[in-house]
Design a protein around this ligand. Structure first.
Ligand code: PEP
Ligand code: MG
Length: 312
């Protein structure tokens, strides 16, 4: 009990029986990152770099980007920093990227797909990340958003490694990528990170910006959990950086499905840390199995809660 209390009070995330589950921060701006660095988090699980590109008429230069990334790497020192390359399009429009209007922007040229039309944007960003890594003597984890196929994973991994980056991954936020996560990893990835916001949108065919569809957009949807399970069995680190990670009960289910890092707004970390500290890995797995047997988000919650420690 004393160990559980200590774990709940702070420090690295651990289940009651000692399985490490990293507790990381989602950050957008540099100020965000510097604030998060002062918190009790194990690093950054999602640095949304597109924020640096918003409200501008042209992309930040190689030098501007290098300085920005170096600031974030310096702030976190030896802690892990997962950087996502530019995720433009759909709900994140950029003035200088989306030239053609699209009928269905969420299904259009967004995320990594932007590099088909603007390869130079990705090249410059990867070069800046590599330069900042070198300057600061750090090894960032770099991942691409909206990867759908092993070919896209392979191409991104090759490009990132050619730019000098060592640890390369992909977000899993498209059902095709979740179902075939093993093949994406085999194409040359060192890690994957589930983006449950988009994964839910695409699994449920429900626009993430449409408030009237909130019931469908619930990450407890058993279909979404099944896609997480398909991803959770790969043999490289699996994280979650979508909103799902901040729900303590759901975080336990995610760990039961194979997830070993959870990235969220820093304010959400203590409650997730506490829930983990009360729960063994075996209980997390039992909760996951129970949730997968449900037919609705509410049933999944109820079944998972019934398997959990009553204090969680
Ligand atoms: C996600 O899709 O879950 C995610 C983390 O990325 P974003 O919300 O920035 O699309
Ligand atoms: Mg996303």
């Amino acid at each position: 009990a004393r160990a559980a209390l200590a774990a709940a009070a702070g420090g690295p995330g651990r289940t009651a029986d000692g399985t490490a589950v990293q507790l990381l921060a989602n950050v957008g701006t540099l100020e965000d990152a510097e604030r998060a660095a002062a918190q009790d988090v194990e690093g950054v699980g999602l640095f949304r770099t597109e924020v640096l590109f918003l409200d501008r008429s042209s992309a930040p230069t190689l030098q501007e980007q290098t300085e920005a990334y170096a600031r974030v790497f310096t702030a976190f020192g030896d802690r892990k920093v997962v950087v996502r390359t530019l995720d433009a399009g759909a709900d994140k429009p950029l003035a200088f990227v989306d030239v053609a209007a699209e009928e269905n922007p969420a299904l259009g040229v967004r995320g990594l797909r932007t590099a088909r039309r603007h390869p130079e944007l990705l090249q410059t960003q990867l070069a800046a990340l590599a330069a900042a890594a070198k300057q600061t003597g750090t090894t960032p984890w770099v991942m691409a958003p909206m990867v759908s196929t092993p070919a896209e994973a392979a191409e991104f991994a090759l490009t990132a490694r050619a730019a000098g980056l060592e640890t390369v991954g992909a977000m899993v936020e498209v059902p095709a990528a979740a179902l075939r996560a093993h093949r994406l990893v085999a194409a040359g990835l060192d890690f994957v990170s589930l983006g449950t916001n988009d994964l839910t949108q695409y699994a449920m065919a429900a626009d993430r910006l449409e408030g009237d569809l909130a019931d469908l957009l619930d990450p407890w949807q058993p279909a979404v959990l099944q896609l997480v399970a398909a991803t959770g069995s790969v043999d490289v680190p699996v994280g979650v950086c979508g909103e799902a990670a901040r729900d303590p009960l759901l975080a336990l289910v995610l760990v039961g499905l194979g997830v070993r890092s959870l990235s969220m707004a820093p304010a959400a970390v203590p409650a997730v840390r506490f829930a983990l500290s009360r729960t063994s890995l075996a209980t997390c797995r039992a909760m996951a199995e129970a949730a997968l047997s449900a037919d609705s988000p509410q049933e999944a919650r109820d079944l998972a809660a019934r398997s959990a420690d009553p204090d969680v």
